[in-house]
Ligand binder design. Sequence first.
Ligand code: SF4
Length: 458
Amino acid sequence: MTLTEKLLARASGKASVQAGDNIWVKADVLMTHDVCGPGTIGVFKREFGKTAKVWDKQRVVIIPDHYIFTADSMSNRNVDILRDFVREQGLPYFYDVIDDPNGSWKFDASKGNTKRQYGSNYAGVCHAALPAKGHTRPGEVLFGTDSHTCMAGAFNEFATGIGNTDAGFVMGTGKLLIKVPETMRFRLEGKLQPGVMAKDVILHCIGEIGFDGATYRAMQFDGPGIATLSMDDRMTIANMAIEAGGKNAIFEFDARTAEYVDARTRLNGTKSSYEPVEVDRDQKFVYETVIDLSKLEPTVACHPDPGQRKTAKQMNGMKLDRAYVGSCTGGKTSDFIEVARVLRGHKVSIDTFGVPATPEIVHELQTTRWGNETIWQILENAGVRMTENAGCSACLGGPLDTFGRMNQGGLKCISATNRNFPGRMGSKESEVYLASPATVAASAITGRVTDPREYLTN
Ligand code: SF4
């Protein structure tokens, strides 16, 4: 069996399963957020009754992150609906924007959108917050009401996005009927060259198979190249499986996975036991490819979908209007460090926005020093507009007052985010070009799509 098949067999209590089988799978964790949480709660109450209790309080994780730092009152209200539900159900894992469990959330637009406006429990973008807060464990099943839930496949688990109706059902029963996906294998060999990042790996893969090339399939990443990738790298790659239509992504388990998960579960006091799934000798794949990481180049996914692959060099210096670094995919500490490495000693020439994925990342960037400057200062001194309000921000467009949103048509933005269908970051007439944080940084300096290796001197 493939990694996904082994994991799903275990989660369904069967000795073995194969692609195409329909099986009932037990959920280890159900995650929802401010956009889908109210709808999920509505389905749950409608189907299980007004006084129903969730199947397991310890396994429901609620993370507001999407439409948070906006004066839009309906968006603010969504967070209040989550808080009311958490109080009613006594749920321990709610990463609220405010500290008062009886309060209500209101964004104060008069304070601007770059200074911190959240309390001590806020955790930022759900997919970055889940592992950081100790909710991702090898061998487990994670369902989330968000398509990029597949990011947790980096931790050797089956993680997939589901709709509100399915999530309402999981909330009441703790299980879900799943068709076992076929598996596509991406065997990684070699090591990335300087200036080439994990984002380039996944943009390369999606370019190979197209933006629907993994529809309802598992994308399995294994091979000796895995050992050279950090957990941040693996998360970036797994995050974008859905951009090829993938049901899930899954990585092999190794000592690095264990080190991360053990540290995070210990730090947060979450469940620390887990059972990884190991690679079998006998695996059936519907597609197999070998990728030599050392041969990859800085890559761009052009408007209007993530499968429109070109190398940065092939873009012939296409002119840009703005640059954006952020999201679950591209807003991690390691992403901003790469941006700082490129930008240090330079100035951006186009509007450039930086949105860390979590408050913890904000803290790391503001306290990590390179000489006399923090990473945060290096970025700001280069002209990047950094916000402390970690969250999804303009990755998903959002209300008109969202930081970094493309409100104007005709703008071309190079972005470290993960999706570039028309209208994704605002105006339907704007264009988004997906690239690594390093490529975004180099392009922000020149105002044109630029290979970051031209700027890597230190
Ligand atoms: S940062 Fe973007 S991709 Fe990630 S959860 Fe938020 S909106 Fe979705």
